[in-house]
Design a protein around this ligand. Structure first.
Ligand code: NAD
Length: 517
Protein backbone atom coordinates (compact mmCIF):
# COMPACT_ATOMS: atom_id res chain seq x y z
CA UNK A 1 0.00 0.00 0.00
CA UNK A 2 3.07 2.16 -0.17
CA UNK A 3 3.46 4.56 -2.99
CA UNK A 4 7.04 4.57 -4.12
CA UNK A 5 8.16 6.93 -6.84
CA UNK A 6 7.22 5.21 -10.07
CA UNK A 7 9.95 6.60 -12.26
CA UNK A 8 13.47 7.99 -11.93
CA UNK A 9 12.14 11.32 -13.16
CA UNK A 10 9.64 11.47 -10.38
CA UNK A 11 12.30 10.53 -7.88
CA UNK A 12 14.53 13.41 -8.91
CA UNK A 13 11.57 15.78 -8.98
CA UNK A 14 10.89 14.72 -5.41
CA UNK A 15 14.45 15.47 -4.35
CA UNK A 16 14.59 19.07 -5.48
CA UNK A 17 11.02 19.99 -4.63
CA UNK A 18 11.26 22.99 -2.27
CA UNK A 19 9.03 21.93 0.63
CA UNK A 20 7.27 24.86 2.18
CA UNK A 21 8.09 25.34 5.85
CA UNK A 22 4.94 27.47 6.16
CA UNK A 23 2.16 25.37 7.54
CA UNK A 24 -1.50 25.68 8.30
CA UNK A 25 -1.37 22.22 9.85
CA UNK A 26 -1.94 22.75 13.53
CA UNK A 27 -4.12 20.07 15.00
CA UNK A 28 -2.31 18.63 18.02
CA UNK A 29 -4.10 20.86 20.53
CA UNK A 30 -7.60 19.71 19.49
CA UNK A 31 -10.57 19.74 19.41
CA UNK A 32 -10.28 16.53 17.38
CA UNK A 33 -13.61 15.99 15.66
CA UNK A 34 -14.30 18.05 12.55
CA UNK A 35 -17.94 18.71 11.74
CA UNK A 36 -19.54 21.23 9.46
CA UNK A 37 -16.34 23.10 8.74
CA UNK A 38 -15.10 23.34 12.33
CA UNK A 39 -13.04 21.42 14.85
CA UNK A 40 -15.41 20.36 17.61
CA UNK A 41 -15.27 18.47 20.90
CA UNK A 42 -17.13 15.23 21.33
CA UNK A 43 -20.58 15.66 22.92
CA UNK A 44 -21.11 12.14 24.25
CA UNK A 45 -17.77 10.39 24.44
CA UNK A 46 -17.40 6.89 25.81
CA UNK A 47 -13.94 7.47 27.29
CA UNK A 48 -10.66 8.64 25.80
CA UNK A 49 -7.63 7.26 23.98
CA UNK A 50 -4.11 8.54 24.51
CA UNK A 51 -2.41 9.17 21.20
CA UNK A 52 1.32 8.51 21.52
CA UNK A 53 4.46 9.19 19.55
CA UNK A 54 5.65 5.59 18.95
CA UNK A 55 9.32 6.64 18.91
CA UNK A 56 9.22 8.22 22.38
CA UNK A 57 5.94 7.04 23.95
CA UNK A 58 5.20 10.71 24.70
CA UNK A 59 1.55 11.73 24.53
CA UNK A 60 0.62 13.79 21.47
CA UNK A 61 -3.11 14.09 22.10
CA UNK A 62 -6.01 12.66 24.04
CA UNK A 63 -8.95 11.91 21.80
CA UNK A 64 -12.51 11.08 22.76
CA UNK A 65 -14.21 7.87 21.74
CA UNK A 66 -17.05 9.64 19.95
CA UNK A 67 -20.53 8.36 20.76
CA UNK A 68 -23.80 7.89 18.87
CA UNK A 69 -24.72 11.61 19.01
CA UNK A 70 -21.33 12.67 17.63
CA UNK A 71 -21.67 10.29 14.71
CA UNK A 72 -25.25 11.36 14.16
CA UNK A 73 -24.30 15.05 14.12
CA UNK A 74 -21.54 14.41 11.58
CA UNK A 75 -23.80 12.30 9.35
CA UNK A 76 -26.56 14.95 9.50
CA UNK A 77 -24.06 17.60 8.43
CA UNK A 78 -22.80 15.44 5.56
CA UNK A 79 -26.34 14.60 4.50
CA UNK A 80 -27.23 18.28 4.32
CA UNK A 81 -24.05 19.07 2.38
CA UNK A 82 -24.80 16.23 -0.04
CA UNK A 83 -27.84 18.04 -1.46
CA UNK A 84 -25.76 20.79 -3.04
CA UNK A 85 -22.40 18.96 -3.46
CA UNK A 86 -23.96 16.17 -5.51
CA UNK A 87 -25.66 18.76 -7.76
CA UNK A 88 -22.39 20.45 -8.79
CA UNK A 89 -21.01 19.49 -12.17
CA UNK A 90 -18.11 17.03 -12.11
CA UNK A 91 -15.88 19.81 -13.39
CA UNK A 92 -16.80 22.11 -10.49
CA UNK A 93 -16.23 19.36 -7.93
CA UNK A 94 -13.01 18.30 -9.66
CA UNK A 95 -11.54 21.79 -9.37
CA UNK A 96 -12.06 21.74 -5.58
CA UNK A 97 -10.77 18.19 -5.18
CA UNK A 98 -7.64 19.13 -7.19
CA UNK A 99 -7.27 22.27 -5.10
CA UNK A 100 -7.04 20.06 -2.02
CA UNK A 101 -4.23 18.14 -3.78
CA UNK A 102 -2.34 21.43 -4.19
CA UNK A 103 -2.91 22.33 -0.52
CA UNK A 104 -1.42 18.97 0.46
CA UNK A 105 1.65 19.65 -1.67
CA UNK A 106 2.05 23.09 -0.10
CA UNK A 107 1.92 21.53 3.38
CA UNK A 108 3.83 18.36 2.48
CA UNK A 109 6.66 18.80 4.95
CA UNK A 110 4.37 19.65 7.88
CA UNK A 111 2.04 16.76 7.12
CA UNK A 112 4.98 14.36 6.78
CA UNK A 113 6.34 15.47 10.18
CA UNK A 114 2.94 14.99 11.78
CA UNK A 115 2.62 11.52 10.22
CA UNK A 116 6.06 10.55 11.56
CA UNK A 117 5.30 11.81 15.06
CA UNK A 118 2.05 9.88 15.14
CA UNK A 119 3.03 6.70 13.26
CA UNK A 120 6.76 6.22 13.82
CA UNK A 121 7.73 5.62 10.18
CA UNK A 122 10.89 7.27 8.79
CA UNK A 123 10.50 10.77 7.39
CA UNK A 124 11.56 9.83 3.83
CA UNK A 125 8.71 7.34 3.69
CA UNK A 126 6.21 9.80 5.15
CA UNK A 127 7.17 12.34 2.46
CA UNK A 128 6.41 9.79 -0.24
CA UNK A 129 3.12 8.88 1.44
CA UNK A 130 2.00 12.50 1.55
CA UNK A 131 3.08 13.01 -2.05
CA UNK A 132 0.91 10.02 -2.96
CA UNK A 133 -2.05 11.62 -1.13
CA UNK A 134 -1.63 14.75 -3.24
CA UNK A 135 -1.41 12.58 -6.38
CA UNK A 136 -4.67 10.91 -5.44
CA UNK A 137 -6.58 14.21 -5.10
CA UNK A 138 -5.05 15.56 -8.31
CA UNK A 139 -5.93 12.33 -10.17
CA UNK A 140 -9.56 12.13 -9.02
CA UNK A 141 -9.98 15.90 -9.32
CA UNK A 142 -8.80 15.52 -12.90
CA UNK A 143 -11.23 12.76 -13.84
CA UNK A 144 -14.28 14.09 -11.97
CA UNK A 145 -15.54 15.86 -15.10
CA UNK A 146 -15.30 12.65 -17.15
CA UNK A 147 -17.69 10.67 -14.95
CA UNK A 148 -20.69 10.23 -17.20
CA UNK A 149 -23.41 7.84 -18.31
CA UNK A 150 -24.67 6.84 -21.74
CA UNK A 151 -27.51 7.16 -24.19
CA UNK A 152 -28.99 3.95 -25.65
CA UNK A 153 -31.18 3.98 -28.75
CA UNK A 154 -34.40 1.91 -28.36
CA UNK A 155 -37.17 1.08 -30.94
CA UNK A 156 -39.14 3.87 -32.62
CA UNK A 157 -36.96 6.71 -31.39
CA UNK A 158 -37.47 5.87 -27.73
CA UNK A 159 -34.27 5.81 -25.79
CA UNK A 160 -32.64 5.03 -22.50
CA UNK A 161 -30.40 7.21 -20.36
CA UNK A 162 -27.98 5.40 -18.08
CA UNK A 163 -26.79 7.79 -15.45
CA UNK A 164 -23.92 7.24 -13.02
CA UNK A 165 -25.07 8.72 -9.72
CA UNK A 166 -23.39 9.22 -6.38
CA UNK A 167 -24.50 7.15 -3.38
CA UNK A 168 -24.98 9.74 -0.61
CA UNK A 169 -23.07 9.88 2.67
CA UNK A 170 -20.15 7.46 2.71
CA UNK A 171 -18.64 6.30 6.02
CA UNK A 172 -14.86 5.88 5.85
CA UNK A 173 -12.91 3.87 8.45
CA UNK A 174 -9.12 3.70 8.32
CA UNK A 175 -6.08 1.80 9.59
CA UNK A 176 -2.98 3.21 11.31
CA UNK A 177 -0.15 2.10 9.02
CA UNK A 178 -0.74 4.65 6.23
CA UNK A 179 -2.99 7.09 8.08
CA UNK A 180 -3.32 9.90 5.55
CA UNK A 181 -2.96 7.73 2.48
CA UNK A 182 -5.74 5.38 3.59
CA UNK A 183 -7.96 8.41 4.16
CA UNK A 184 -7.06 10.06 0.84
CA UNK A 185 -7.69 6.89 -1.18
CA UNK A 186 -11.29 7.02 0.10
CA UNK A 187 -12.04 10.73 0.30
CA UNK A 188 -10.73 11.72 -3.14
CA UNK A 189 -12.82 9.32 -5.28
CA UNK A 190 -15.86 9.55 -3.00
CA UNK A 191 -15.97 13.36 -3.25
CA UNK A 192 -15.10 13.43 -6.95
CA UNK A 193 -18.16 11.22 -7.59
CA UNK A 194 -20.44 13.60 -5.68
CA UNK A 195 -20.69 11.81 -2.34
CA UNK A 196 -19.97 13.36 1.03
CA UNK A 197 -17.96 11.54 3.70
CA UNK A 198 -17.76 11.03 7.44
CA UNK A 199 -14.34 9.54 8.17
CA UNK A 200 -13.15 7.81 11.31
CA UNK A 201 -9.35 7.49 11.48
CA UNK A 202 -7.65 4.79 13.51
CA UNK A 203 -7.61 5.75 17.19
CA UNK A 204 -3.81 5.26 17.14
CA UNK A 205 -3.18 7.76 14.32
CA UNK A 206 -5.98 10.33 14.24
CA UNK A 207 -4.09 13.54 13.47
CA UNK A 208 -3.26 13.82 9.77
CA UNK A 209 -6.85 13.10 8.68
CA UNK A 210 -7.92 16.00 10.90
CA UNK A 211 -5.32 18.21 9.21
CA UNK A 212 -6.72 17.09 5.85
CA UNK A 213 -10.21 18.20 6.86
CA UNK A 214 -8.83 21.64 7.72
CA UNK A 215 -7.03 21.84 4.39
CA UNK A 216 -10.23 20.77 2.60
CA UNK A 217 -12.01 23.77 4.07
CA UNK A 218 -9.13 26.04 3.01
CA UNK A 219 -9.36 24.53 -0.47
CA UNK A 220 -12.97 25.69 -0.70
CA UNK A 221 -14.68 22.34 -0.22
CA UNK A 222 -18.03 23.28 1.38
CA UNK A 223 -18.59 22.53 5.04
CA UNK A 224 -20.09 19.17 5.80
CA UNK A 225 -18.73 17.54 2.64
CA UNK A 226 -15.89 15.97 4.64
CA UNK A 227 -16.37 15.42 8.38
CA UNK A 228 -14.23 13.59 10.93
CA UNK A 229 -15.30 11.66 14.01
CA UNK A 230 -12.57 10.28 16.25
CA UNK A 231 -12.80 7.11 18.27
CA UNK A 232 -12.20 3.40 18.53
CA UNK A 233 -14.05 0.46 17.02
CA UNK A 234 -17.16 1.45 18.98
CA UNK A 235 -17.36 4.74 17.06
CA UNK A 236 -16.78 2.80 13.84
CA UNK A 237 -19.73 0.56 14.69
CA UNK A 238 -22.02 3.57 15.16
CA UNK A 239 -21.01 4.77 11.71
CA UNK A 240 -21.66 1.33 10.17
CA UNK A 241 -25.12 1.18 11.78
CA UNK A 242 -26.26 4.72 10.95
CA UNK A 243 -29.32 4.51 8.67
CA UNK A 244 -28.31 7.57 6.63
CA UNK A 245 -24.91 6.15 5.68
CA UNK A 246 -25.15 4.64 2.20
CA UNK A 247 -21.78 2.90 2.07
CA UNK A 248 -18.85 1.92 4.27
CA UNK A 249 -15.35 2.08 2.84
CA UNK A 250 -13.04 0.29 5.24
CA UNK A 251 -9.32 -0.41 5.47
CA UNK A 252 -8.10 -2.70 8.24
CA UNK A 253 -7.82 -6.27 9.39
CA UNK A 254 -9.69 -9.22 7.90
CA UNK A 255 -11.56 -9.89 11.16
CA UNK A 256 -12.82 -6.30 11.48
CA UNK A 257 -13.75 -6.39 7.78
CA UNK A 258 -15.94 -9.41 8.42
CA UNK A 259 -17.57 -7.69 11.41
CA UNK A 260 -18.27 -4.62 9.30
CA UNK A 261 -19.77 -6.71 6.50
CA UNK A 262 -22.21 -8.19 9.02
CA UNK A 263 -23.17 -4.74 10.34
CA UNK A 264 -23.60 -3.42 6.80
CA UNK A 265 -25.82 -6.37 5.90
CA UNK A 266 -28.59 -5.16 8.21
CA UNK A 267 -29.59 -2.40 5.82
CA UNK A 268 -27.66 -3.65 2.78
CA UNK A 269 -25.09 -0.86 2.76
CA UNK A 270 -22.53 -1.07 -0.02
CA UNK A 271 -18.99 -1.87 1.15
CA UNK A 272 -15.43 -1.53 -0.01
CA UNK A 273 -13.16 -3.66 2.19
CA UNK A 274 -9.36 -3.30 1.92
CA UNK A 275 -8.02 -5.99 4.21
CA UNK A 276 -4.87 -7.82 5.18
CA UNK A 277 -2.85 -10.47 3.44
CA UNK A 278 0.00 -12.95 3.68
CA UNK A 279 1.58 -12.38 0.36
CA UNK A 280 4.12 -14.39 -1.63
CA UNK A 281 7.27 -13.04 -3.23
CA UNK A 282 8.61 -15.53 -5.79
CA UNK A 283 12.27 -15.32 -6.75
CA UNK A 284 13.21 -17.51 -9.73
CA UNK A 285 16.83 -18.50 -10.29
CA UNK A 286 17.06 -16.56 -13.60
CA UNK A 287 16.37 -13.21 -11.93
CA UNK A 288 18.69 -10.24 -11.54
CA UNK A 289 19.84 -11.05 -8.00
CA UNK A 290 20.52 -7.47 -6.90
CA UNK A 291 17.05 -6.37 -7.98
CA UNK A 292 15.55 -9.38 -6.23
CA UNK A 293 17.30 -8.42 -2.98
CA UNK A 294 16.08 -4.83 -3.35
CA UNK A 295 12.60 -6.21 -4.01
CA UNK A 296 12.75 -8.36 -0.88
CA UNK A 297 13.74 -5.31 1.20
CA UNK A 298 10.83 -3.31 -0.23
CA UNK A 299 8.51 -6.26 0.32
CA UNK A 300 9.37 -6.65 3.99
CA UNK A 301 10.90 -3.68 5.74
CA UNK A 302 9.10 -0.51 4.67
CA UNK A 303 7.13 1.12 7.49
CA UNK A 304 8.64 -1.32 10.01
CA UNK A 305 7.02 -4.17 8.08
CA UNK A 306 3.54 -2.82 8.82
CA UNK A 307 2.35 -2.98 5.22
CA UNK A 308 -0.74 -4.91 4.11
CA UNK A 309 0.76 -5.83 0.74
CA UNK A 310 4.10 -7.04 2.14
CA UNK A 311 5.60 -10.15 0.55
CA UNK A 312 6.80 -11.85 3.71
CA UNK A 313 6.59 -15.38 2.28
CA UNK A 314 9.81 -15.19 0.29
CA UNK A 315 9.92 -18.22 -2.03
CA UNK A 316 13.44 -18.64 -3.46
CA UNK A 317 14.41 -21.20 -6.12
CA UNK A 318 16.71 -23.72 -4.46
CA UNK A 319 19.72 -23.22 -6.76
CA UNK A 320 20.12 -19.57 -5.65
CA UNK A 321 18.78 -19.74 -2.12
CA UNK A 322 22.21 -19.50 -0.44
CA UNK A 323 23.44 -16.64 -2.63
CA UNK A 324 20.16 -14.74 -2.27
CA UNK A 325 20.02 -15.27 1.49
CA UNK A 326 23.59 -14.03 2.00
CA UNK A 327 22.89 -10.84 0.04
CA UNK A 328 19.51 -10.30 1.68
CA UNK A 329 20.92 -10.69 5.21
CA UNK A 330 23.86 -8.40 4.36
CA UNK A 331 21.53 -5.64 3.13
CA UNK A 332 19.11 -6.08 6.03
CA UNK A 333 21.73 -5.84 8.76
CA UNK A 334 22.94 -2.56 7.25
CA UNK A 335 19.55 -0.84 7.64
CA UNK A 336 19.77 2.22 9.89
CA UNK A 337 17.30 2.03 12.78
CA UNK A 338 16.67 5.20 14.74
CA UNK A 339 15.04 8.60 15.12
CA UNK A 340 12.27 8.56 12.50
CA UNK A 341 12.73 12.29 11.86
CA UNK A 342 16.40 11.82 10.95
CA UNK A 343 16.82 11.79 7.16
CA UNK A 344 19.35 8.95 7.44
CA UNK A 345 16.99 6.60 9.30
CA UNK A 346 15.65 3.69 7.26
CA UNK A 347 13.65 1.86 9.94
CA UNK A 348 11.59 3.74 12.53
CA UNK A 349 9.42 2.72 15.48
CA UNK A 350 6.66 0.10 15.60
CA UNK A 351 3.31 1.78 16.12
CA UNK A 352 2.62 0.74 19.73
CA UNK A 353 3.83 -1.34 22.66
CA UNK A 354 0.97 -3.80 22.17
CA UNK A 355 1.77 -4.26 18.50
CA UNK A 356 5.53 -4.57 19.11
CA UNK A 357 4.88 -7.29 21.70
CA UNK A 358 2.65 -9.13 19.23
CA UNK A 359 5.38 -9.04 16.56
CA UNK A 360 8.07 -10.25 18.98
CA UNK A 361 5.78 -13.07 20.15
CA UNK A 362 5.32 -14.22 16.53
CA UNK A 363 9.11 -14.27 16.07
CA UNK A 364 9.58 -16.30 19.25
CA UNK A 365 6.91 -18.76 18.20
CA UNK A 366 8.37 -18.90 14.68
CA UNK A 367 11.83 -19.78 15.95
CA UNK A 368 10.23 -22.45 18.13
CA UNK A 369 8.83 -24.07 14.99
CA UNK A 370 12.36 -24.97 13.73
CA UNK A 371 13.69 -22.10 11.59
CA UNK A 372 17.01 -20.38 11.91
CA UNK A 373 16.93 -16.68 12.89
CA UNK A 374 19.52 -15.18 10.57
CA UNK A 375 19.23 -11.62 11.80
CA UNK A 376 17.13 -9.16 13.79
CA UNK A 377 13.88 -9.87 15.54
CA UNK A 378 14.85 -8.12 18.74
CA UNK A 379 13.79 -4.99 20.52
CA UNK A 380 16.42 -2.32 19.93
CA UNK A 381 17.06 -0.10 22.94
CA UNK A 382 17.69 3.50 21.93
CA UNK A 383 19.28 6.40 23.80
CA UNK A 384 17.20 9.32 25.14
CA UNK A 385 14.66 10.56 24.11
CA UNK A 386 13.80 7.27 22.38
CA UNK A 387 14.39 4.96 25.34
CA UNK A 388 10.66 4.18 25.59
CA UNK A 389 10.10 3.76 21.84
CA UNK A 390 9.40 0.36 20.30
CA UNK A 391 12.11 -0.30 17.77
CA UNK A 392 12.47 -3.83 16.36
CA UNK A 393 15.42 -4.94 14.22
CA UNK A 394 14.33 -6.34 10.81
CA UNK A 395 14.25 -10.10 11.02
CA UNK A 396 14.94 -12.90 8.51
CA UNK A 397 13.96 -16.46 9.33
CA UNK A 398 15.17 -19.31 7.16
CA UNK A 399 14.58 -23.05 7.16
CA UNK A 400 10.88 -22.17 7.19
CA UNK A 401 7.99 -24.38 6.09
CA UNK A 402 4.48 -23.59 4.85
CA UNK A 403 2.65 -24.82 7.96
CA UNK A 404 4.42 -22.50 10.41
CA UNK A 405 2.24 -19.88 12.11
CA UNK A 406 4.68 -17.14 11.05
CA UNK A 407 4.26 -18.24 7.42
CA UNK A 408 0.46 -18.58 7.53
CA UNK A 409 -0.59 -15.53 9.58
CA UNK A 410 -0.15 -11.83 8.91
CA UNK A 411 2.46 -10.64 11.43
CA UNK A 412 2.38 -7.03 10.27
CA UNK A 413 5.97 -6.50 11.35
CA UNK A 414 9.52 -6.71 9.93
CA UNK A 415 9.69 -10.50 9.58
CA UNK A 416 10.69 -12.19 6.31
CA UNK A 417 10.43 -15.97 6.04
CA UNK A 418 12.54 -17.75 3.40
CA UNK A 419 10.92 -20.76 1.72
CA UNK A 420 12.99 -22.69 -0.85
CA UNK A 421 11.24 -24.23 -3.88
CA UNK A 422 12.18 -26.34 -6.90
CA UNK A 423 9.68 -25.89 -9.75
CA UNK A 424 7.35 -23.27 -11.20
CA UNK A 425 4.34 -25.55 -10.75
CA UNK A 426 5.20 -26.19 -7.11
CA UNK A 427 5.73 -22.55 -6.17
CA UNK A 428 2.50 -21.36 -7.77
CA UNK A 429 0.57 -24.04 -5.90
CA UNK A 430 2.23 -23.16 -2.58
CA UNK A 431 1.89 -19.40 -3.10
CA UNK A 432 -1.88 -19.80 -3.53
CA UNK A 433 -2.27 -21.92 -0.37
CA UNK A 434 -3.66 -19.05 1.71
CA UNK A 435 -7.14 -17.68 2.36
CA UNK A 436 -5.82 -14.22 1.41
CA UNK A 437 -5.02 -12.67 -1.95
CA UNK A 438 -3.90 -9.06 -1.73
CA UNK A 439 -0.60 -8.99 -3.62
CA UNK A 440 2.32 -11.02 -4.96
CA UNK A 441 5.74 -10.42 -6.49
CA UNK A 442 7.70 -12.29 -9.16
CA UNK A 443 11.39 -11.82 -9.95
CA UNK A 444 12.56 -13.39 -13.21
CA UNK A 445 14.15 -12.32 -16.49
CA UNK A 446 11.90 -14.72 -18.44
CA UNK A 447 8.84 -12.68 -19.42
CA UNK A 448 6.87 -15.75 -20.48
CA UNK A 449 7.43 -17.33 -17.10
CA UNK A 450 6.44 -14.06 -15.42
CA UNK A 451 3.15 -13.98 -17.34
CA UNK A 452 2.44 -17.68 -16.77
CA UNK A 453 3.02 -17.23 -13.03
CA UNK A 454 1.09 -13.96 -12.82
CA UNK A 455 -1.91 -15.51 -14.61
CA UNK A 456 -2.18 -18.25 -12.04
CA UNK A 457 -1.53 -16.32 -8.82
CA UNK A 458 -4.72 -15.53 -6.89
CA UNK A 459 -3.92 -11.94 -5.93
CA UNK A 460 -5.37 -8.52 -6.70
CA UNK A 461 -1.99 -6.91 -7.44
CA UNK A 462 1.09 -8.57 -8.89
CA UNK A 463 4.46 -6.90 -9.28
CA UNK A 464 6.93 -8.30 -11.79
CA UNK A 465 10.53 -7.33 -10.95
CA UNK A 466 9.47 -4.76 -8.35
CA UNK A 467 7.43 -4.65 -5.15
CA UNK A 468 5.07 -2.36 -3.21
CA UNK A 469 4.70 0.21 -5.98
CA UNK A 470 1.13 1.49 -6.08
CA UNK A 471 0.59 4.25 -8.67
CA UNK A 472 -2.84 5.84 -8.36
CA UNK A 473 -3.61 4.86 -11.98
CA UNK A 474 -3.78 1.13 -11.11
CA UNK A 475 -6.63 -0.55 -9.20
CA UNK A 476 -5.66 -1.81 -5.76
CA UNK A 477 -7.84 -4.43 -4.07
CA UNK A 478 -7.84 -7.94 -2.70
CA UNK A 479 -8.87 -11.38 -3.95
CA UNK A 480 -10.34 -13.97 -1.58
CA UNK A 481 -10.39 -12.80 2.07
CA UNK A 482 -8.24 -9.76 1.34
CA UNK A 483 -11.20 -7.66 0.38
CA UNK A 484 -14.12 -6.51 -1.72
CA UNK A 485 -13.89 -3.68 -4.26
CA UNK A 486 -10.88 -1.63 -5.27
CA UNK A 487 -9.29 1.72 -4.56
CA UNK A 488 -7.43 4.02 -6.96
CA UNK A 489 -7.79 4.14 -10.76
CA UNK A 490 -10.93 4.82 -12.77
CA UNK A 491 -12.29 1.51 -11.38
CA UNK A 492 -12.78 3.18 -7.99
CA UNK A 493 -15.51 5.27 -9.63
CA UNK A 494 -17.68 2.11 -9.84
CA UNK A 495 -17.31 1.71 -6.07
CA UNK A 496 -18.61 5.20 -5.26
CA UNK A 497 -21.48 5.42 -7.77
CA UNK A 498 -24.59 3.52 -8.79
CA UNK A 499 -26.31 3.24 -12.15
CA UNK A 500 -29.75 4.64 -12.85
CA UNK A 501 -31.59 3.64 -16.05
CA UNK A 502 -34.27 6.00 -17.34
CA UNK A 503 -36.47 4.81 -20.20
CA UNK A 504 -37.90 7.64 -22.36
CA UNK A 505 -40.98 6.69 -24.41
CA UNK A 506 -41.35 8.76 -27.60
CA UNK A 507 -44.64 7.27 -28.89
CA UNK A 508 -48.18 6.46 -27.78
CA UNK A 509 -48.19 3.38 -25.62
CA UNK A 510 -49.15 0.04 -27.12
CA UNK A 511 -50.99 -1.57 -24.17
CA UNK A 512 -52.87 -4.90 -24.67
CA UNK A 513 -54.35 -4.47 -21.19
CA UNK A 514 -56.23 -1.30 -22.12
CA UNK A 515 -59.89 -2.01 -23.19
CA UNK A 516 -61.73 0.94 -24.73
CA UNK A 517 -65.13 -0.90 -25.27
P1 NAD B 1 -8.23 -2.91 12.62
O1 NAD B 1 -9.13 -3.78 11.85
O2 NAD B 1 -7.91 -3.29 14.02
O3 NAD B 1 -8.81 -1.43 12.69
C1 NAD B 1 -9.08 -0.68 11.54
C2 NAD B 1 -10.12 0.38 11.85
O4 NAD B 1 -11.36 -0.24 12.16
C3 NAD B 1 -9.78 1.27 13.04
O5 NAD B 1 -10.15 2.59 12.71
C4 NAD B 1 -10.66 0.71 14.15
O6 NAD B 1 -11.01 1.67 15.12
C5 NAD B 1 -11.90 0.29 13.36
N1 NAD B 1 -12.72 -0.76 13.95
C6 NAD B 1 -12.33 -1.76 14.77
N2 NAD B 1 -13.39 -2.56 15.06
C7 NAD B 1 -14.46 -2.06 14.41
C8 NAD B 1 -15.84 -2.44 14.29
N3 NAD B 1 -16.31 -3.54 14.90
N4 NAD B 1 -16.66 -1.70 13.53
C9 NAD B 1 -16.18 -0.61 12.89
N5 NAD B 1 -14.91 -0.18 12.95
C10 NAD B 1 -14.04 -0.90 13.70
O7 NAD B 1 -6.91 -2.78 11.74
P2 NAD B 1 -5.57 -2.00 12.09
O8 NAD B 1 -4.85 -2.75 13.15
O9 NAD B 1 -5.86 -0.55 12.30
O10 NAD B 1 -4.78 -2.10 10.70
C11 NAD B 1 -3.98 -3.17 10.38
C12 NAD B 1 -4.69 -4.07 9.38
O11 NAD B 1 -5.12 -3.30 8.25
C13 NAD B 1 -3.78 -5.13 8.81
O12 NAD B 1 -4.46 -6.36 8.77
C14 NAD B 1 -3.49 -4.64 7.38
O13 NAD B 1 -3.19 -5.67 6.49
C15 NAD B 1 -4.76 -3.95 7.05
N6 NAD B 1 -4.56 -2.96 5.98
C16 NAD B 1 -5.04 -3.23 4.73
C17 NAD B 1 -4.81 -2.32 3.69
C18 NAD B 1 -5.32 -2.57 2.30
O14 NAD B 1 -5.35 -1.64 1.51
N7 NAD B 1 -5.72 -3.78 1.94
C19 NAD B 1 -4.10 -1.15 3.96
C20 NAD B 1 -3.64 -0.90 5.25
C21 NAD B 1 -3.87 -1.82 6.26
Amino acid sequence: MLLLPTSPMRQSLFRWMPFSSFSTVNVKGGPYNFVDGHKTDSMDSNGFTNVLNPATSKRLAKIAVSGVSDVDMAVKSSKKAYDSWSMLSGFERGKLVSQLGHKILKNLEALAHLEVENNGKPIWEARLDIQSCADCFLYFGGIASTISGKHIQLPNSSFGLVKRESLGVVGGIGAWNYPLQTCSWKVAPALACGNTMVYKPSELTPLTALALAELATEAGIPRGVFNIVQGSGETGKHLCCHPDVAKISFTGSVQTGKNILKLAADDLKRVTLELGGKNPLIIYDDCDLTNAVKGALLANFLSQGQVCSNGSRVFVQRSIVDRFTDEFVKATTQLAIGDPLDNKTQVGATVSKTHAEKVLAYIKQGVGEAPVQLCGGERVHMPKPFQNGYFISPCILTNCHDEMTAVREEIFGPVATILPFDTEEEVIHRANQTPYGLSAGIFTNDLRKAHRTSNRLQSGTIWVNNFNVTPVELPFGGFKQSGIGVECSTEAIQCYTQLKSTYIEMNDIDCPLYNTQ
